[in-house]
Design a protein around this ligand. Structure first.
Ligand code: SAH
Length: 441
């Protein structure tokens, strides 16, 4: 079957690209951009109180408080995605992104033997746009999936965003669950009749056969930062500036801190960022996939253990000093894919990371673009499709900076040689779509 022609061929989405907006992977920062706003936010007051009582805090603690503190955290109350917000992500730019990911999950489900049921679990689903595009593909390929029992499981800490996700997916306001004992805090049914549940933590999602998706999720998890000094590694901490009241500054810990154990013995960089929470999530995903099957697809901007200082802030589509007006801007750091692979501890096979432009091309984005362009004469829609394609694929835009990593059970690759075929010098194609060219049947 030609998946790309069948997937949503009759449906062109309304204009959604809001160009030019800033995507978070764009810049590096030393955190020294000029302050845009010196206002004393409730979060700043909270942090100053905390530091005065217990001393300087790690960058990881700072990031966690600023982003996800239940009362004042940036993610808890904001809708930060899109033109009116602080940054834009691939699914908000073009419907093609989610459609191709939808095809990836179906392709994996078929390749792994068409299990009678699967859970689709998304970590940090934003506005729910990516899932909406994936579900449209599932509906269009309904004849394939008609005997499969699908459920959706959303891991989201933000009350505000979970409300938006519910509206996107179910077209209704979904009330909070009353049962305080249950880890499910919201429950609904999508437009196409698929049950959907919301959780605050991946640990709470039922350990069933699942496909996991994390797009621009790992980059918001808190990082520890370390600087190499003549006295060895020292952790970067956040302290109150003694010269200026109500202002924060970075300092180095006077001696070794417990988090230093995360640094590799053979580390050659002089500044590193480590994200232990990402390690915990990867271990949980790997454990689950090795026990129950399924797969995980992780997409984010990042590097393979080579970059140093990538911690930065975004507000209103501009870079924002990470220590200024905390709680009003997004904070992020590039994902270290080499660390994610290491944390899977051999429990699963990993594919990638490969660049977004390669993954999407392997998934057939060029064919998909052509099909969608052939469907419309509307100049604004055609322009949206072409601009969206350029944004996702152009190496100077998102094409190179964003990467895809997949985790699959070892059995999924069993019997195949992925390195090199003994009689050929060329690597044999990956059996996992996106990580090799899509086989057209
Ligand atoms: N995947 C979406 C949104 C990316 S923004 C997209 O690509 O458009 C990051 C998302 O992760 C938001 O939904 C945010 O609320 C959520 N998030 C941040 N920290 C989280 C945490 N610790 N646990 C679960 N979700 C989190």
């Amino acid at each position: 079957m030609n998946f790309l022609a069948a997937a949503g061929a009759r449906r062109l989405c309304a204009v959604r690209a809001v160009l030019p907006c800033l995507w978070r992977g764009k810049y590096f920062s030393s955190g020294n951009e000029p302050a845009e706003n010196n206002s004393v936010t409730p979060m700043l007051r909270h942090l100053i109180y905390k530091i005065k009582s217990t001393g300087p805090i790690t960058v990881a603690e700072y990031m966690k408080e600023v982003l996800t503190n239940p009362a004042k955290g940036y993610y808890m109350k904001h809708d930060m995605l899109g033109e009116e917000g602080d940054f834009i992500t691939s699914p908000e730019i073009s419907q093609m992104f989610g459609e191709l990911l939808g095809i990836w999950f179906i392709s994996e489900w078929i390749a792994a033997g068409k299990n009678a049921a699967f859970q689709l679990v998304e970590l940090g689903p934003g506005k729910g746009t990516l899932l909406e595009d994936i579900l449209r593909v599932f509906s269009q390929l309904g004849s394939l999936l008609k005997n499969c029992d699908i459920s959706l499981h959303l891991v989201e800490v933000s009350q505000k965003l979970s409300e938006i996700q519910a509206l996107t997916l179910t077209e209704e306001k979904v009330p909070l669950e009353r049962n305080a004992e249950s880890p499910v805090y919201m429950k609904g049914v999508t437009k196409s009749g698929i049950p959907v549940s919301w959780y605050r933590d991946l640990q709470d999602v039922p350990k069933e056969y699942s496909f996991y998706l994390a797009h621009e999720f790992f980059d918001v998890l808190p990082v520890h930062k370390f600087q190499k000094t003549p006295h060895g590694w020292r952790e970067v901490l956040v302290d109150i500036d003694p010269q200026v009241s109500d202002k924060l500054r970075f300092v180095l810990a006077p001696c070794a801190t417990p988090a230093e154990t995360f640094i590799q013995d053979d580390e050659t960089r002089d500044h590193v960022e480590v994200c232990p929470e990402a390690g915990v999530v990867i271990q949980e995903l790997s454990q689950r996939i090795s026990l129950t099957g399924g797969a995980a697809l992780i997409a984010d901007y990042g590097h393979d253990g080579t970059k140093t200082d990538t911690f930065r802030g975004f507000r209103g589509h501009r870079l924002h000093d990470v220590l200024t007006a905390p709680g009003t801007a997004d904070l992020t750091a590039d994902v270290d894919f080499s660390y994610l692979r290491r944390m899977s501890q051999g429990k699963v096979a990993s594919l990638g990371p490969i660049e977004q432009q390669t993954f999407l091309r392997n998934m057939g984005i060029d064919v998909r673009l052509k099909i969608l362009l052939d469907k419309t004469d509307e100049p604004s829609l055609r322009q949206q499709l072409l601009q969206g394609y350029n944004m996702l694929m152009n190496p100077m835009k998102m094409g190179e900076r964003f990467n895809f990593l997949a985790l699959v059970p070892h059995q999924r690759l069993h019997g195949r040689n992925h390195q090199t075929n003994a009689r050929q010098s060329k690597p044999s194609p990956s059996p996992v779509a996106g990580f090799g060219e899509l086989a057209w049947k």
